[in-house]
Design a protein around this ligand. Structure first.
Ligand SMILES: Cc1cc2nc3c(=O)[nH]c(=O)nc-3n(C[C@H](O)[C@H](O)[C@H](O)COP(=O)(O)O)c2cc1C
Length: 181
């Protein structure tokens, strides 16, 4: 069954937020972890899927953060952050960092090392980008954060994917979908 939301004029009043989230979730993405360290040494991290590449010269990436989320204060003030593309074996870690908690890193002490920018860096990932904050753009209830890539690493491991509220490997998610005719 298909539904169609007509967006005209004062669109925001007519769009159902839950249905919009479901429609946006139909777009399959990878899953990333962003981390930063605050001036007092406290580490923050959260699971995101709003990652996108922006520019090769200079090397820029972006992601967006919901302004009222617990860790927004840290990320919106940070001068640097690390962004890791998670691998198919990191689903539990991804769900853990997708919930608010005072110290999310305690449970995964072995999984992180200090990056060259002092922000926590995942030891294992598909790819990791160590970034300096380049610019921020507040739009609606989110802020788009652009990072300049200072260093990066890459491996050949298969990625973790997100689609319609499910996280898993390509093979796990494929098994939940009907075969196209
Ligand atoms: C797959 C997935 C992708 C997410 N992407 C984003 C995102 O791009 N931006 C965002 O602000 N929150 C995103 N979230 C929600 C945050 O992970 C969640 O709000 C988390 O609690 C934020 O950390 P905090 O509560 O410590 O601030 C995502 C959650 C999941 C499961």
């Amino acid at each position: 069954m298909y539904s169609w939301a007509l967006i005209t004029g004062d669109a925001a009043d007519t769009v159902d937020a839950r249905q919009l989230r479901q429609a946006l979730g139909a777009f399959p993405t990878g899953v990333c972890l962003v981390t930063t360290t605050m001036p007092d040494g406290k580490r923050e991290g959260m699971t995101i899927n709003s990652f996108a590449s922006v520019s090769l010269d200079p090397p820029l990436i972006l992601w967006s953060i919901r302004d009222d989320t617990r860790s927004a204060e840290a990320f919106l003030a940070s001068r640097s952050f690390n962004l890791s593309v998670l691998n198919a074996g990191q689903r539990e870690l991804a769900w853990h960092f997708a919930k608010p908690a005072a110290d999310k890193f305690e449970r995964y002490a072995e999984a992180f090392e200090a990056g060259s920018n002092e922000c926590p860096r995942l030891v294992d990932s598909v790819a990791t980008f160590e970034c300096s904050t380049y610019s921020r753009h507040q739009e609606g209830d989110h802020t788009i954060i652009l990072g300049r890539v200072d260093r990066f690493s890459r491996t050949e491991t298969p990625p973790l994917l997100f689609h319609s509220g499910q996280m898993g490997s390509l093979w796990e998610l494929a098994a939940t979908l009907a075969q196209p005719r």
